[in-house]
Design a protein around this ligand. Structure first.
Ligand code: TNX
Length: 648
């Protein structure tokens, strides 16, 4: 019987919309093998959540954790060759809105424990157009002078010459210039291998002379064009690098799109950023990205003149940093699969999959980021979103806790307990190891989405509540965060957190920054309360949200959807008063990974919207133009090289 099973099964699914947000999720398992099967369960993983509230017909849930479920057919059911089994599910945890919302991995589990993967098709919806993936082409014509993103704050160029073939950089013995030239070569190799962006004069590179001007700002630069080449002035490494990136973009445009772009022979660019915090966050917990991917992603950030990488290293679904004192964090917490403490989640399959960053990996990436002008802010998300951590170190739980509270993503009891002394000891050890790895002045501690019922049945937490004269979770969370913040302050770090850190009394405003994400209004409110704020609302800057409302667009939808134009046009400080603006630190793109089991989906969701946010961060509002951006965005790199395509 075993012989024909492999690739013998297909899981297809359909979303049948009901009224408003309701609907029916129909899952069908087809047996294309030559054998009958019985006594099996169907395991599915993908964004769709079938939790306790769901009702099923023709099947029952026998195991569920967040978005992983095992569904059994009715007792005695036999799936014959050529036969199908369909189960209908009502009252899902959230309505499906896009083709990536359903199960993206399905497999059969037999009574002896074996797991057999099934071909799993995208979730269909009647009337949908072919599914889109790969970076969208915006196109469009704009009157443009140079293919630059982000657009410089002052540019006056003239003349035209045939396309230069690359840059020959003369650093003139200046140390910072030499370092920047090397970093620029590294960027070129990572982003455009084989193009020969940097070349020797005897290979016909355009001569670029680097000259120090200490009067310029750290990230600013000045380029002067002349008939034989260009002069680039900056105060230090980052300014030189940014000037070289601008020149590199112009050379690439002229070489690759001769019909659209020429290269100037006179004039100047004088440039510097509008915002000091120009960030991008990446969730590597829901999905693991190897060091090669992170390395190229950092290069992409630099090419967009972004200067902060917020690295979301832990969540319910995984723990990704090597910690010497707690090897179990990565031995157990970095891996998911059938039969492991963490089951397949969000489209990962029955095979053991995942990964983590060793300390050596992290040191190398931090050093690389530094060469690219990027500060890496690590995030360990506490006290919520800690399911993986608590699976790895169950001793941190309150043994007296006897009830369940579920997070919004349906993980049971996933919060570190503020009243357990061992939790603080462990975090100090873990954070202590991490501050050695990350030189950033910031350390992000999460603080988002603690369920309202967290620690309700923990005797230790209830005793703490009583002592504080408090109710609910917020005051406990605030106490917990204040203590962590004091520890980090002692290590010379400013604590970063999501906006919920302001709840229940908040944390020390002088030693933190908060990221506003829940809605557009939230960030302004935080700024008014006196917090330094990074603006990243789900409605405009969450790059896991779909590009459009349509089913055929991949991505999530809890915060709606955002076209590149909407993301580009979003003004992070619209309506902010003087004092609120004084607390505005900058903006951040957030790349959450739930929908991205397909890497062509990553390329569609992240690009070119990442560049839209980068231009808002760098270019003064009065110099922005969506028409120009749309015409230029196609020259910007993406992570996997997947450009717009569709399939049925
Ligand atoms: C909310 S944003 C979350 C994340 C999810 C994200 C998906 C935030 C601080 N919490 O856990 O990944 O929505 O869009």
């Amino acid at each position: 019987m075993v012989a024909d099973w492999h690739d013998g099964f297909t899981v297809s699914s359909e979303w049948v919309p009901g009224d408003g947000t309701s609907g029916l999720y129909r899952l069908t398992l087809s047996n294309r093998s030559k054998a009958s099967v019985e006594g099996f369960r169907l395991g599915i993983s993908g964004p769709v959540r079938i939790n306790e509230a769901a009702t099923l017909s023709n099947g029952r849930v026998v195991m569920q954790l967040s978005n992983y479920a095992e569904i059994a057919p009715p007792t005695g059911f036999v799936l014959t060759p050529g036969g199908t089994w369909t189960v209908e599910i009502d009252k899902l945890n959230f309505p499906l809105r896009h083709w990536t919302d359903g199960a993206t991995t399905g497999f059969l589990i037999f009574s002896d424990g074996r797991a057999v993967p099934a071909i799993t098709l995208p979730t269909a919806r009647a009337g949908s157009e072919p599914y889109r993936r790969g970076t969208m082409r915006l196109g469009g014509e704009a009157e443009m002078m140079a293919p630059l993103i982000p657009w410089p704050n002052k540019i006056e160029i003239a003349g035209r010459r045939s396309p230069p073939q690359g840059l020959s950089i003369a650093a003139g013995g200046i140390k910072a210039a030499t370092t920047a030239a090397i970093a620029f070569g590294e960027l070129g190799d990572l982003l455009f291998p084989g193009e020969g962006l940097v070349r020797e004069p005897h290979e016909d590179g355009l001569g670029v002379l680097l000259v120090e001007d200490g009067a310029l700002a750290a990230e600013g630069y000045r380029v002067g064009f002349h008939s034989r080449g260009a002069k680039l002035e900056a105060a230090g490494e980052t300014g030189f690098l940014y000037g070289l990136i601008a020149l590199g973009q112009m050379v690439r445009g002229a070489r690759l799109e001769q019909q659209s772009f020429s290269f100037p022979t006179s004039g100047t660019i004088e440039d510097g950023p509008a915002m000091r915090f120009r960030g991008c966050h990446l969730d590597v917990a829901r999905r693991f990205y190897g060091t090669g991917e992170i390395s190229r992603f950092l290069a992409i950030l630099a090419w967009n003149k972004l200067n902060v990488f917020h690295w979301h290293l832990s969540d319910d679904e995984a723990w990704r940093v090597e910690i010497d004192a707690y090897p179990r964090l990565t031995e157990l917490g970095a891996w998911r699969g059938h039969g492991l403490p963490l089951p397949p989640l969000l489209g990962s399959g029955p095979e053991k999959s995942g990964g983590y960053y060793s300390k050596a990996d992290i040191r190398a990436l931090v050093a690389q980021a530094g060469r690219f002008g990027i500060e890496i802010i690590p995030e360990i998300d506490v006290p919520g979103h800690c399911y993986a951590m608590l699976e790895a170190i169950p001793e941190l739980r309150d043994p007296g806790e006897n009830g369940l509270s579920h997070s919004i993503q349906s993980f049971p009891n996933n919060c570190l307990n503020p009243a357990i002394e061992g939790v603080h000891t462990a975090l100090e050890v873990i954070f202590g190891e991490m501050v050695e790895l990350f030189p950033s002045r910031y350390f992000h501690v999460g603080a988002d989405e603690v369920p309202a019922a967290a620690w309700e049945t923990s005797p230790a937490a209830n005793a703490m509540r009583e002592a504080l004269g408090a109710t609910g979770t917020a005051p406990l969370q605030a106490k917990f965060l204040q203590r962590i913040q004091a520890f980090l302050t002692g290590k010379g770090k400013i604590t970063g957190a999501w906006e919920e850190a302001a709840h229940g009394g908040g944390i020390d405003k002088a030693q933190c920054y908060l990221v506003g994400w829940v809605n557009v209004e939230g960030s302004q409110k935080l700024a008014a309360e006196g917090y330094e704020v990074v603006v990243a609302p789900g409605q405009a800057y969450y790059l896991d949200m779909a590009n459009a409302i349509d089913w055929h667009e991949p991505g999530a939808g809890w915060a709606g959807w955002s076209s590149p134009e909407k993301t580009y046009g979003f003004d992070p400080v619209a309506g902010w008063g003087e004092t609120e603006r004084a607390n505005f630190l900058g903006v951040q793109a957030c790349v959450w990974s739930e929908p991205m089991s397909d890497r062509a989906v990553f390329d569609r969701l992240v690009f070119p919207r990442l560049s839209a946010i980068a231009e808002t961060a760098w270019t003064k509002a009065e110099h922005k133009s969506y028409a120009r951006f749309a015409a230029l965005a196609g020259l910007m790199p993406n992570l996997y090289g997947c450009r717009d395509s569709h399939f049925d």
